[in-house]
Design a protein around this ligand. Structure first.
Ligand code: DUC
Ligand code: ZN
Ligand code: ZN
Length: 475
């Protein structure tokens, strides 16, 4: 057996199920051995008893995604993945979005071009299906699913993206036939439009009214409808970016009835509230995202959902629009109506440190839940496991060696995204990745990227079915 390329010594290793102290031996970018391995390798890194977790899988982020309103995302596959790497994420799954009237294949080809030569970490694509024509349903999607694009998002809101219930049923039936996993953005579009018109007629156009136009009940209704449609078709679905106890309760009830509903939440629903939208002037636009941040009480319920397993996935939903940018949050003008402000908050770099610091170190969740939510479960659901998402012989050596005894105030200046703000400015954190490795390469150290652009590899989903997705290929 050839010598090891790297040994990480004295690691406090955590997976989704176990913790153990030991050394990690790496050969050809993969974990070759775990145990007491001595120092016989070309390179040795002493973890000095630091916590070591699997590299993060950020299963929901937006990079260089074309927008129908002419706004431009601040991060492409270069800056976005450098930022991800510095925050401990070693695999990103952004979205290739079908433009209505065009094929899904065109979106996939375009997105590969956008990524070409840029990523410093590994990546996969979710599809977004906005135009489920007979050709898309009968030919394109089955072909793409067969090629390893096995998960796609559909929307219940936004004029340029939303599907009618009838179309959702068609797409869910296709997912059942072909063994794909639909992800659903659950908000009731007609309610949002109706409330937005009323608010505007009353002159209520400031960012703070964004949350009045999208109250929890409209998320709850849509989540319930999405679950009902999935139950009708008998296909598992994953509800993305769940923000409220109202929507979470629907998911929890469905799970309790044995319906295969998966769910994702994001940092903005743990660390922001509707009050952040009410910051003076146009400042609140920084926190406009959909669904919107809710109440402190909702935050506590979302923590409960993370702790009790309602949520399988913790993603950033990084949607990077700069604040002082005529193509960013001010795309529709200096003080645009909330309805015209691009939706989304940045967070690809802060996702893992926030959850480690506020979740694990403050004992709201345990370390195994952290690993499962940030790496193992998303890798399984999206067909990247076991290459990604855990620490075991044969897996890619994607690892985070953590500093967990820090005490510092987060500022945007520390971050590597191309966005001019972080919604978490001023938070005190106690954890940050010390060293981040991707396939055995050190790609970030103490907040500095050390990776070559373009080293990241594209991954198709494997056909190995995670538990709960055995419906695939049912006739
Ligand atoms: N949905 C997302 O998934 N991301 C940003 C905005 C939105 O509505
Ligand atoms: Zn969405
Ligand atoms: Zn998103």
């Amino acid at each position: 057996m050839s010598a090891l390329d790297l040994i990480i010594k004295n690691a406090d290793i955590a997976t989704a199920t176990e913790s153990f102290i030991g050394d990690i031996g790496v050969r050809n970018g993969r974990i070759a051995l775990l145990g007491d391995l001595g120092t016989g390798a070309a390179r040795v890194i002493d973890a000095e008893q630091r916590l070591v977790t699997p590299g993060g899988v950020d299963a929901h982020c937006h990079l260089d995604q074309p927008m129908s309103d002419g706004s431009v995302m601040a991060d492409d596959f270069s800056t976005g993945t450098v930022s991800a790497a510095c925050g401990g994420t070693t695999t990103a799954i952004p979205f290739a979005c079908q433009i209505r009237g065009q094929s899904v294949r065109a979106a996939v080809d375009d997105y590969h071009q956008r990524a070409h030569g840029k990523p410093v970490i590994d990546y996969a694509f979710h599809l977004i299906v906005t135009d489920p024509t007979p050709d898309v349903l009968e030919r394109e999607l089955p072909e793409l699913i067969g090629e390893g694009y096995t998960h796609f998002k559909i929307y219940m809101t936004y004029d340029d993206l939303k599907l009618k219930d009838r179309e959702i049923l068609d797409v869910l039936a296709l997912a059942r036939r072909e063994g794909a996993l639909p992800m659903i953005h659950a908000e009731n579009d007609d309610c949002i439009a109706w409330l937005t018109d009323i608010l505007e007629e009353a002159g209520k156009i400031a960012p703070r009214f964004h949350s009045d136009a999208r109250p929890p009940v409209i998320e709850r209704e849509a989540a319930h409808r999405a679950i009902s449609l999935a139950e009708l078709i008998d296909v598992p679905v994953l509800i993305v970016h769940v923000s409220s106890n109202a929507a979470m309760s629907q998911i929890q009830k469905a799970q309790g009835r044995g319906i295969r509903i998966y769910a994702e939440t994001c940092p903005q629903y743990l660390f922001l509230t509707a009050d952040d939208l009410a910051a003076p002037g146009f400042e609140g636009a920084k926190c406009i995202c959909s669904p919107p941040p809710r109440s402190v009480e909702d935050q506590m319920h979302i923590w409960r959902g993370l702790r009790t397993g309602v949520f399988q996935v913790f993603s950033s939903d990084h949607a990077p629009f700069s604040f002082d940018d005529p193509k960013g949050k001010r795309n529709a003008g200096q003080n645009a109506k909330f309805r015209a402000v691009p939706n989304g908050v940045p967070g690809i770099e802060t996702r893992m440190p926030l959850l480690m610091s506020e979740g694990v170190l403050k004992k709201r969740i345990d370390i195994h839940q952290f690993v499962s939510l940030t790496a193992t479960a998303p890798a399984k659901l999206y067909g990247l496991y076991p290459h990604k998402g855990t620490i075991a012989p044969g897996c890619d050596a994607d690892l985070v060696i953590w500093d967990t005894n820090l005490d510092f105030v987060l500022t945007n200046g520390m971050l590597h995204h191309n966005v001019d703000y972080t919604p978490y400015e001023g938070m005190t954190l106690n954890a940050w990745p010390h060293i981040v490795l991707s396939r055995g390469d050190v790609i970030a150290k103490d907040g500095e990227c050390q990776a070559r652009p373009g080293r990241g590899r594209f991954h198709r989903s494997s056909s190995q079915l995670p538990v709960g997705l055995e419906h695939r290929k049912v006739a």
